[in-house]
Design a protein around this ligand. Structure first.
Ligand SMILES: Cc1cc2nc3c(=O)[nH]c(=O)nc-3n(C[C@H](O)[C@H](O)[C@H](O)COP(=O)(O)OP(=O)(O)OC[C@H]3O[C@@H](n4cnc5c(N)ncnc54)[C@H](O)[C@@H]3O)c2cc1C
Length: 360
């Protein structure tokens, strides 16, 4: 286990924020994690487990140990008549896992193509895009409990998945290292093209027969054309979640803002959404639903933030949900901008936005 001291985290977070970590270790095996836990010098400091750093905003130097999870590997552990059970190391790259599934005809994660980050972080915020959430194929995950130094397994209900949420963003936050995740993938694909943009892209690609690989390619094309590449412009994707409001609140907003973008939340419409919240069929027979999900990007745009630049940071010109570092911005400048966005949405619409990105 190699321990580095006072190193810059700039290349380890997609916002490209230049802060430092007091100690930095890369865990290539469970034994490295054990070594960390047995090291009295390191384990007395606060710990941050890091995957791809694509859902984090650093606002300060980290005065503790950053443990970069590099546990890799993908293994088919069992199968039955309907499913493949595939176990992947927590530090593996998520999109590489998706590509592996597509190559082997394991269906279910194709809509989640090209989401940055690691396999071990996917359950943390129950990643979702284009009508699908990872919880739909999640089977179980293995962790090391950082306080008890023992292996703990979480099944689907233990994780308490919600919209961009799980127990690991709440009471289990910073208590475990996720070492592997097992997914239950389908032998017979259930294609999900509920987002209009996918069908449109499939047509553009000239796809005659739908397949998981065609859907994955369509999703990759859409994402590459509309989301800023963190290698070029620092960002962490959607900074805020799409807020969920009561039907009464939605009706009240609709009276004043007739073109508001919103989607009913019901058992038939799981709380998943694409990066921008666009492309879903709008209100139809579901007007009677109890809750509505508002497109946060639309709310932010209406407050005049889209494309606003403040020197080396700002809000993306095409995606009002995406806060960007043009180079050299401080994490707290971006945090303060997010605070102003929150306040203006609250003032204009009476709706409280919640950050999706984890602030450290
Ligand atoms: C351009 C762009 C597009 C994006 N699009 C989407 C999208 O469509 N849908 C979506 O849901 N998200 C999206 N995201 C957000 C991000 O990709 C996901 O949240 C991803 O799962 C984060 O993975 P990561 O490895 O980078 O996590 P990190 O940012 O490294 O960590 C996130 C949190 O998880 C913890 N953590 C990470 N790994 C472990 C582990 N092994 N054990 C315990 N804790 C751990 C960290 O401590 C931190 O609290 C996007 C981000 C970007 C930059």
């Amino acid at each position: 286990m190699k321990i580095q001291e006072n190193i810059s985290l700039k290349k380890f977070n997609t916002f490209g924020i230049d802060v430092s970590a007091k100690y930095f270790i890369e865990a290539d095996s469970a034994a490295d994690i054990q070594n960390y836990l047995n090291d009295p010098k390191l384990s007395k400091h606060p710990l941050l487990v890091l995957g791809g750093g694509s859902n984090i905003l650093f606002t300060n130097n980290f005065d503790g140990t950053v443990l970069k999870n590099n546990l890799k590997g993908i293994e088919l552990i069992k199968e039955d008549s309907e499913n493949y059970f595939v176990k992947a190391g927590g530090g593996g790259v998520w999109h590489e896992f998706v590509l592996h599934c597509i190559k082997n005809n394991y269906a279910g994660v194709e809509n989640l193509s090209l989401i940055p980050g690691c396999v071990g972080a996917a359950p943390i915020q129950n990643i979702g895009a284009y009508g699908v959430e990872q919880k739909e194929t999640f089977h179980e995950l293995e962790t090391i409990d950082l306080h008890e130094n023992k292996r703990v397994v979480f099944n689907n209900s233990d994780c308490q998945f919600g919209y961009r949420d799980s127990i690991f963003k709440r009471e289990a936050k910073n208590k475990y290292v996720i070492t592997s995740v097992t997914f239950k993938l389908n032998k017979k694909p259930k294609f999900n093209t509920s987002y209009g943009a996918i069908n449109h892209e499939l047509e553009k690609m000239g796809v005659k027969e739908i397949s998981i690989s065609a859907i994955s390619q369509a999703v990759c094309n859409i994402r590459s054309s509309k989301l800023p590449d963190p290698a070029v412009t620092g960002n962490a994707g959607s900074f805020f979640k799409n807020p969920i409001v009561t039907k009464d609140k939605y009706n009240q907003l609709k009276k004043t803002f007739s073109n508001i973008i919103a989607y009913p939340v019901s058992p038939f419409h799981p709380l998943s959404g694409s990066e921008t919240g666009k492309g879903r069929t709008g209100e139809t027979e579901q007007t009677a639903q109890a809750q509505w999900k508002l497109a946060a990007g639309w709310l932010i745009e209406q407050c005049g933030w889209k494309g606003k630049s403040f020197g080396n940071y700002g809000i993306h010109k095409d995606q009002a949900l995406v806060l960007v570092n043009y180079g050299g911005a401080k994490g707290n400048e971006i945090y303060e901008l997010s605070e102003k966005v929150l306040q203006s949405v609250k003032e204009k619409f009476g709706v409280e936005l919640e950050r999706e990105v984890i602030i450290v």
